[in-house]
Design a protein around this ligand. Structure first.
Ligand code: DGL
Length: 270
């Protein structure tokens, strides 16, 4: 049995890299293992049962690689599977993430917030519970952003079509006068420059990734190893996704020598 001292991170695709960069910043010397399930992206329109099945396999794989903590760097997979993962892997802290409704409720001045997430997240029990706990007094405008994850997976987060989509998603929110906008899907921070431009300077944008990384530090069981091995390993379940994954990994500061490996049903533990 290998000694488990790394952090495993997964997402349906490239989105979890926007969480990876904060984990790396806060834990510069811990091995990080990342899986992008690009054979099954987008998760947003899949059933909770299916997402749970993928998430379980990936979590098992990450633990077998040496993850002592697993970060579900995907709001949709957290909504579908985090409770199941915690029951199934009771010896491994599992860090989930969800749309930052509580911080948005604290930050809004006018009580009007926008949430960009996926259909799967909006339909989940966990999201309704969040709204009833923290947003009872707020006007909440939601958009499941059809097509946006696909644009980002194509490496086209700054493209004209992405701009048109975001204009379509954000204009009703801006017209309604939101002053706070939650990025409730880990893919969307890649489109943040466009989102900021379209939403305008009066709208503050909330990305929960830094808080998720802090939680990973909190539950990491070996504080001494925080000065250990700084390796970074990446896998994808679809070779076709590899070029964009590698390109975006470079963009967030992964050394260019790091190569993404392919993992599929034939790989042990997946
Ligand atoms: N990145 C994922 C999230 O945070 C979802 C993207 C997808 O639909 O696959 O929700």
């Amino acid at each position: 049995m290998i000694h488990r001292h790394g952090i495993g991170i997964f997402d349906s695709g490239v989105g979890g890299l926007t969480v990876w960069r904060h984990v790396r910043e806060q834990m510069p010397k811990v091995p990080l293992f990342y899986v992008a399930d690009q054979a099954h992206v987008p998760y947003g329109r899949r059933s909770a049962a299916e997402i749970t099945r993928f998430s379980e396999r990936i979590t098992r794989f990450l633990i077998a690689q040496g993850a002592a903590v697993v970060v579900v760097a995907c709001n949709t997979a957290t909504a579908a599977a985090v409770d199941y993962l915690r029951r199934t892997f009771p010896d491994t802290p599992i860090v989930g993430m969800e749309p930052a409704v509580k911080p948005a409720a604290a930050a809004t001045q006018n009580g009007k917030i926008g949430v960009l997430a996926t259909a799967g997240t909006f339909q989940s029990q966990r999201y309704s519970a969040l709204l009833s706990r923290f947003a009872r007094e707020l006007v909440v405008l939601e958009n499941p952003c059809p097509g946006l994850v696909e644009q980002i997976e194509r490496g086209a987060s700054g493209a004209d079509k992405t701009r048109q989509l975001l204009q379509q998603f954000l204009t009703p929110m801006v017209d309604e006068g939101i002053d706070t906008l939650i990025l409730g899907c880990t893919h969307y921070p890649f489109a943040r420059p466009l989102i900021e431009e379209i939403a305008g300077p009066a709208v503050q944008i909330i990305d929960p990734a830094p808080a998720v990384a802090r939680q990973a530090v909190r539950v990491y069981p070996y504080p001494d190893a925080l000065l250990g091995d700084p390796s970074s390993l990446f896998w994808t379940t679809a070779a076709s996704g590899r070029p964009v994954l590698e390109e975006l990994a470079r963009e967030i500061g992964v050394p260019s020598a790091v190569r993404v490996q392919l993992v599929n049903e034939k790989t042990p533990h997946l």
